[in-house]
Ligand binder design. Structure first.
Ligand SMILES: N[C@@H]1[C@@H](O)[C@H](O)[C@@H](COP(=O)(O)O)O[C@@H]1O
Length: 245
């Protein structure tokens, strides 16, 4: 696990986008795994800037998002479809056939999960999977207790996760109770994992990931077993000593 310590959110975002831009420049058919939440927004802004400066084209890129809320359609302002469109896709030269996000409104969610796995398989391996870190160690929406061998599945969201994400909704009651998420095994099949961590709020979780034990009770700990992980963390996120950091 390589840990890159940076000054602040802005530097984290720039470094992360340069890792993705490097891949896009080098590979003819890059496959990116993308994340939502506040953490990657700066990275998306940086990618948009590169596109506007004509230093990159996304015409040959495919993207797979980690997760989507169950019950929110693509036009819902809090769906991850909407988020990705607003924060990245509508600003760059990427077509709808190149971007994949699970459909949280599918009639049969189990079949939707299987289809998503199939779509990832058909694209080949994900080259770089971008991850944020949940306060309870979740990656994607894989909550504590999720099996390390899980594939794309429907998950019941923990109350603490719904509360953490309530800031995007009018009230916590509006936060869906379930989501579709890539499984831990699906995520860790990616060639490279790029974990972004910013802010003091995440410091305990980051320290536990680096120094705690590998356990399904703390999903992100699986990254200790992956051969190719880069963590880009800012100073505030590195400030915790609770796990001996
Ligand atoms: N499903 C997403 C995760 O993919 C994300 O990493 C996490 C952290 O979000 P933030 O970056 O806003 O702290 O929140 C959500 O639960």
């Amino acid at each position: 696990m390589k840990i890159v310590k940076v000054k602040d959110y802005q530097e984290m975002s720039q470094k992360a986008s340069s890792v993705l831009l490097d891949l896009i420049a080098k590979k003819a058919d890059p496959v990116l795994g993308l994340a939502t939440g506040s953490t990657p927004i700066g990275m998306y802004q940086s990618l948009i800037k590169a596109y506007e400066q004509e230093t990159v084209s996304f015409k040959h890129v495919k993207t797979f998002n980690l997760d989507e809320y169950v019950g929110l359609g693509r036009q819902h302002p809090n769906s991850y479809h909407y988020f990705m469109n607003e924060k990245l896709f509508k600003h760059i030269d990427i077509g709808s056939g190149q971007t994949f996000i699970p459909d949280g409104t599918a009639n049969d969610l189990v079949v939707e999960c299987q289809n998503y796995e199939q779509q990832i398989r058909e694209a080949g391996q994900i080259d770089i999977q971008v991850l944020g870190l949940g306060l309870n160690g979740h990656i994607g929406f894989n909550e504590p207790g999720t099996s390390f061998s899980s594939r794309t599945h429907v998950i019941d969201l923990m109350e603490s996760t719904r509360l953490a994400n309530a800031r995007f909704f009018d009230s916590v009651d509006e936060v869906p109770t379930q989501a579709i998420t890539m499984g831990i095994d699906t995520i860790t099949e990616s060639k490279l994992i790029l974990l972004l961590v910013s802010g003091e709020k995440k410091a305990t979780a980051l320290a536990r990931l680096i120094n705690g034990e590998v356990s399904e009770e703390f999903p992100a700990s699986i990254l200790n077993r992956h051969p190719n992980v880069i963590i880009i963390a800012d100073e505030a996120a590195c400030r915790c000593r609770e796990y001996g950091n």
